[in-house]
Ligand binder design. Sequence first.
Ligand code: TYM
Length: 321
Amino acid sequence: MFSGIQPTGNLHLGNYLGAIKNWVALQEKYRSIFCIVDMHAITVPQEPAELARNIRLTAATYIACGIDAEKNIIFPQSAVAGHAELGWILGCITPLGWLNRMTQFKEKAGEEREGASLGLYGYPALMAADILLYKTTHVPVGEDQKQHLELARDIAGAFNRQFGEFFPIPEPMITGPATRVMSLRDGLRKMSKSDESDYSRINLTDDADTIALKIQKAKSDSERDVTANLENRPEAANLLNIYAALTGNPANGNWRGFGDFKKDLAAVAISVIEPIAVEIRKLTKDTSYLDSILKKGSERANEIAEKNMKEIKKLVGFPVF
Ligand code: TYM
């Protein structure tokens, strides 16, 4: 199993419910690699000192959420050269037509399409390389990565047809009750690290007061029956979905309007996130511990990657010495 998150700031409840919580459950069953995709992060400008801090913060977050750093491999993408090498090879068999369909590029590039980087455009081929480099079979992600995973499957198929069967076709695992957590300010937009309003998301580093305040201020409506007619009430549906995902039970309490419901939701959110936040704060202080995890993880990832890269190079016709 392989998955990754971009180290571009605090991770949030969407990253937790859509990805990390599932990783924690699945780590028992699969040999797993959890990557910190710093090469993806630089597809948009990053301040170097902040990027370096965010890589450690992301490692600390994985561990604080319950990823076992001994059993699994946790490492930064840039420390394993195979990602860039395979990314190039796969980029050479990926038609522009396939890349042009990617909605995330269109969203991220915005109006300034001509100013977007080659890296941002080619990003899905690098993501395919991340997965295929380890001959991954399972990829647990949130809903928003579905299109990229379908492309990775197409690229794997294209490679196998051209050079011989080598890559397994990776299975996306988009599971759990909250595969798409929405913004607390707008139920039609996804919760995102890049939203300019911090009130749009709950960060995994937020303290109890901040979580309570963000939930209190979250957009809702004046419907007294919190759970009625959710199809046309995206904000209510999102809050109830978060409640259900955090408690593991369908949200069917007897609430008298949102004031009442939000108190329950805040209590549940705090009970899950506060211990994680405390642990993140503790771990980020111990940079030498985090660096030792990342170094060890890089070595273990490199071992697999180098072995596979040799096979891949042979198939492509590159000399292997
Ligand atoms: P990224 O860093 O945007 O998000 C990391 C993970 O969190 C999930 N996620 C969400 N899930 C539910 N609701 C949300 N609001 C929400 N926001 C984010 C994402 O689906 C993802 O699982 N391209 C990827 C990183 C990547 C990757 C990979 C993933 C690079 N290479 C190889 C898997 C395999 C990304 O930008 O995720």
